[in-house]
Write a protein that binds this ligand. Sequence first.
Ligand code: SIN
Length: 529
Amino acid sequence: MTRVLVVGSGIAGLWTAIRAAESGCDVTVVTKAAVGAGATAWAQGGIAAAIFAGDAPARHAADTLIAGAGLGDPEAVRVLTDEGPARIRDLIRFGVAFDRDDSGIARGLEAAHSRSRILHAGGDATGAAIQAALIATVRRRGVRVLERTSLVDLVVDAGRVAGIRVIPGVRDGSAASVGAEGMGELRADAVVLATGGAGCLFRYTTNPEIATGDGVAAAARAGAEVADLEFVQFHPTALAVPGTPLISEAVRGEGAVLRDAEGRRFLAHVDPRAELAPRDVVARAVWRRMAEQDGTPVVLDATHLGAARLASRFPGIDAACRAAGFDWAREPVPVVPAAHYAMGGVVTDLAGRTSLPGLWAVGEVARTGVHGANRLASNSLLEGAVFAERAARDLGSAASAAPPATPSPAPVAGRITRHAAPLGAPAGSSDDSLLAAPAMANAVVDRGELQQLMWDRVGLDRDAEGLAAASARLAGWHAPEPVDRRSAEDRNLLDLARLTVAAAMARTESAGAHTRTDATSVTDEREAA
Ligand code: SIN
């Protein structure tokens, strides 16, 4: 029986675990906090799929490629959008009750979608509904779950991933099988990374505190290919209060508008789609308008939607606004961009296989190629489901015991930055040196300073000077010994920050969410799409 370790417990991890267990694998889920404590449960807007009359997967695919600035992989996008409707039916079977209206399942609209095709649950609690259904299914299937167990590194034997090194949970004893306190090792025939994103690289993020890029960093240290790390999505509308809670794009889909400090709408001057332009366009416009008004946040005006509608359609956001002291039915609320999603990650093929034998990656940690340079709203839960299903089928097939082939389709040369950077690899190429502690490193990394540095220098607007300054500052830090969850995360954040900065330096033109203010060229194939 194939022994599978799934690292992470959001939609991609639990989906893989459930389906791999159903196909006869012996599955253990390892997750560093409580099961389901990641970003999936925080997803508000919903999940996109071409299930409604008047829509088609090809239309969804075209929207996805356009939003991605033309840099998405057409075959991966075709898979995503063709298989999306079947995964929605699976979710319903798992127990997700999508919201309904007089026409049947209710359909929402979000930016850059040419059709209303967003399914939601509990108004703005779609992710929480999906997470709860998947946790219940995992429990029904009897899948083992080790909570509060942190990934430290991949174990690689003779070129094949053969397990993971972990810091076992110490609070609830759930990881007792790993051994005593200290580093433990879990062996497996297959390891599936489903560790989510890395919003905590930045000072302001909509992500939960566990989004520290653990899977990408561990995979890169082990020598896996990673790519597109320069493409970090900043959501345009986080509430401008500590914690920067998300205000879903679905609110703009319902008609809310953005105004500057003078109360003027400004997006129509930037893009004819105004508030419903792709997320990178809106976020950049908000950022620049804020700069023009000395950093004062812009405001999101949803007042015309009325208190009753706002409370019923967006109960979570309504509560968040009220908790922060705002009545958004009566007054526009201040919003700012915040780091939201990683388009890049561990390079995979269409079955979730990475460049390392024995290692798969699914969900936000993976770079499947579906998002290009900017993810289309509500495609992330869908990607988690579609590619987890494919990875689980692959794991369940006899072929999975054999070393995987080279990832296919191959990333398009010139459009991505690859790094295969084993930790401690001999110096000699620029890639090799990215993760090795620089000789002059003299201080242990400070997480708050790193996050501020990344926000200031590697945020919505980037240039060579700022990136060089970030690179130099990062070189002056070294990682702590990974002795507990916090130190393991700090090590991952430092490694991933270095890789991200290097990728941003290497891409000297602007593309999607990666804006180089010093660039003379823009890669944007949206117009041609
Ligand atoms: C949102 O609800 O605005 C976020 C949805 C997403 O990130 O796809």
